[in-house]
Design a protein. Structure first.
Length: 350
């Protein structure tokens, strides 16, 4: 049944007002533009230089198979938010989001995913596995190591998928969820079916990584390849060399190539994964719904945003729910830190 137009418009207005109100609470000056559900714009403030400088330092903690490198900001006893990055990015996607949330009283944890930055495997014998479930297991292990029972989870790209998985399989560990591009839990069998050519073209690097030439290319040209992906993923984001170089340093991790290659090969059914995760993957292949409060976010200029303003994945979220579209590309938290932080604050109140 189609929702009455006046109810839809009212929700759009309230969504835009919430973005503006939350941004105002941050007490910042200057403005840029955010979009509500149907593209209506709401003023949001700029981030100050002091906030950019407040991110860090990187800490290390043993958690599961890893020594995890992470940044923590905000009060030690604040409500916990775990922010998760994607590929080819790193924790610096959140250099402006984290202090915004810390200023609101949140304890913010931003980990390097396996294969990135200072995160290392504790044993040389551990398989450099990158199937979808292991990233969720890593985050649960990190929360256990930090004695965090429950957290708001927020992410994009690999980080969205990881948050979706935890919310679906371990909802008691997830207070609420912010997921860019909505529901990203993968079904390997379904992934074997072709997409329209335009979509396949956008995923060119997945097929490149399926070849030995792609492995050698990633080893030799990891920075050039990442910069190319950044520009394609975020056509309206005018990042500078310093911003890119700060993140590209995370790609020098000794396991970076192995993790990236295994992740994309696993999604195409070209890498097996580990048997100890078979039970988790069977549950994920069934497409479990997410019941925790959720805000999904789309980047209006993200080439991977599905059409329909969130309708493509709406049925996968059965709890309290809202959707927002921001006037940015794929790397939403770095391109629009105020809009992303506002979504985290808002989902905490759903």
């Amino acid at each position: 049944m189609e929702e009455p137009r006046f109810a839809h418009s009212r929700r759009q207005f309230l969504g835009a007002a919430a973005v503006a109100a939350t941004a105002t609470e941050f007490g910042l000056q200057g403005s840029v533009q955010a979009q509500s559900e149907d593209g209506e714009r709401a003023a949001r403030p700029a981030v100050t230089g002091a906030m950019r400088r407040s991110f860090g330092p990187v800490r290390q903690i043993s958690a599961g198979d890893l020594s995890v490198g992470y940044v923590e900001v905000g009060p030690a006893h604040g409500r916990v938010v775990v922010l998760m990055h994607g590929w080819p990015y790193d924790i610096h996607s959140y250099t402006e989001v984290a202090p915004l949330l810390a200023a609101k009283g949140y304890r913010v944890i931003v980990p390097y995913l396996r294969g990135h930055g200072t995160t290392r495997f504790l044993s040389g014998k551990t398989p450099r596995n990158a199937q979808q479930s292991v990233f969720a297991v890593d985050i649960i292990a990190l929360m256990d190591a930090l004695r965090i029972d429950k957290a708001i989870l927020a992410g994009y790209d690999w980080g969205s998928r990881t948050g979706d998985i935890i919310a679906a399989l371990w909802p008691h560990r997830c207070k609420a969820l912010v997921s860019v591009t909505g529901y990203l839990i993968a079904n390997v069998e379904a992934n074997k079916m072709p997409s329209p050519p335009k979509s396949e073209w956008a995923w060119w690097y997945q097929y490149y990584f399926a070849t030995e030439r792609g492995v050698l290319g990633l080893k030799e040209y990891r920075r050039d390849l990442a910069r190319l992906v950044w520009k394609f993923n975020s056509p309206t984001w005018n990042f500078d060399d310093a911003t890119f170089d700060r993140t590209a340093a995370a790609f020098s991790n000794p396991d970076y190539v192995s993790i990236v290659i295994d992740n994309y090969r696993w999604r195409l059914g070209l890498a097996k994964g580990e048997s100890r995760y078979d039970g988790l993957e069977e549950r994920l292949a069934a497409g479990p719904v997410i019941t925790v409060p959720t805000i999904t976010v789309d980047g209006a200029h993200d080439p991977f945003t599905p059409p329909g303003n969130g309708s493509a994945y709406r049925k996968k979220f059965t709890g309290a729910y809202a959707h927002r579209t921001l006037d940015v590309g794929h790397n939403v938290p770095q391109e629009d830190p105020q809009g992303f932080a506002a979504a985290v604050v808002a989902v905490d109140g759903l």
